[in-house]
Design a protein around this ligand. Sequence first.
Ligand code: HEC
Length: 238
Amino acid sequence: MRNHKKIFLALIGIAAVLSACDDGKIYEESIHVEREGGSVRLTGQIEGNHDWASGYSIVLAGFSSDSEYAKTAKGITTNEDGSMDIVLSGIPSEVTSIEICAINRLRKRIARFYSFDYTEQEDTIRIDAGNVDASMFNSIQTNVFDRTCINCHGGSTTAAAGLYLTDGKSYDALVNVPADKSPDQMFFVTPGNSEESFLHLTLNTDISADWGMDHIDMITSSDLLKLIDDWIDNGAKK
Ligand code: HEC
């Protein structure tokens, strides 16, 4: 009887310790896949890494060339001035690139901000990443607008529908700005409400069917569509 009580109390103790550790941050500690292997010491300045929606982590991570899931990852912590000094050790041998990136809860890479080639090293290598803009909006700019939209929206001489989605112009063109194509003047981006954002409707519904340029299949990655919605719902921060 006594022993049962002790075990029961011990279990409660363990549960309390575990729940106390759960502060919502998913990659505070490094995940050591194996002990041997090289390590990387990364320095630099980073901004925008605190403004991400929940479900994402900004990490220093190792990837192999055949997978978009991190083999090892460590949450990026910064000093008050935004400087970072991070050591990622025990890097598994299959890792071929080290990156500053955003991963989701499954450790899948959603956006990459900085990367360098990595072939197995026994010693610590030092990397200076310089200035890194790891904001949620910058990840949309580079992964969505720069890749898929600016050919027609401002990268050349004219912007379709007068909508500039180029770096430096896109944010002010979208956030709290009424869309011409919207019958009820819905904003392109209504901070906090992706469902009431014309950008969301443009990319996720057939609303553009009669514009002369169908937009519904332009972004097929569900991760990127979710990233845009999560950015809007998280307040559409710059
Ligand atoms: C191949 C050219 C092309 C590409 C690429 C393109 N668009 Fe468009 N876009 C257009 C055209 C054409 C229109 C409608 C212009 C008109 O009828 O005045 C339009 C209109 C829009 C509108 C409505 C503008 C308004 O004023 O209401 C939005 C929003 C939009 N595009 C977003 C995007 C986004 C986001 C991307 C990238 C994922 C993108 N577009 C990629 C050609 C393009």
